[in-house]
Design a protein around this ligand. Structure first.
Ligand code: ZN
Length: 194
């Protein structure tokens, strides 16, 4: 066996291994959860918003009551704002973000969770239904349809409304001032196609 041919086999094997690693890397990178993680990481490093559009179509911020901290059953405090609208009114994402939960359980009923700028989680609850095809790892922007206003969860039988909450690393805080600030800057959501 010549010196050259003794090198060819290990070299070919090494090339194949490197190719396999590259392909595996590329495949991983193409996975929705990977793309979603990259986007969530990018957003986490952005500042949290100080003004937000109202996520319910056709509702002005000035018509939303500040019910943050109001007493609720079981000694709970209201950790969000309630945005009342006719059943079936479109609910849009208020921010750029990544969908991290589409669930139907507990107090919130049909709910969508979006992680947005500053790593804050946005909670859209009591939905009548979800936007068609919406799923975890979907990337959204202000105006992306998430679902429609309803009365699911513990809102059953009450006037249909969106419960909207924002959770920072330190816990929930009041979205109401941000919605008012959004109204002043005229940042109404315009529906966008997913
Ligand atoms: Zn509420």
């Amino acid at each position: 066996m010549s010196r050259t041919s003794s090198l060819v086999l290990p070299l070919a094997r090494w090339t194949l291994v490197m190719l396999a690693i590259a392909l595996a890397g590329y495949w991983t990178w193409r996975q929705p959860w990977m793309q979603a993680s990259a986007e969530a990481w990018r957003l986490a490093r952005l500042p949290a918003p100080t003004a937000l559009p109202v996520p319910v179509e056709g509702v002005r911020a000035r018509h939303i009551a500040d019910t943050w901290g109001g007493a609720r059953s079981g000694g709970r405090k209201h950790q969000g704002v309630d945005i009342f609208a006719k059943r079936g009114t479109p609910v849009h994402s208020a921010t750029h973000g990544v969908v991290i939960g589409v669930k139907d359980y507990g107090l919130g009923g049909k709910q969508v969770w979006v992680i947005g700028p500053g790593g804050e989680r946005h909670y859209y609850a009591h939905l009548d239904d979800f936007a068609p095809g919406i799923a975890r790892f979907d990337r959204v922007q202000p105006g992306t349809l998430l679902g429609h206003v309803g009365d699911t969860g513990n809102a059953r039988g009450t006037p249909p409304h969106l419960h909207y909450g924002i959770y920072a690393m330190s816990g929930a805080y009041n979205p109401w001032p941000l919605l008012q600030a959004g109204d002043r800057t005229g940042s109404a959501v315009r529906p966008v196609r997913r």
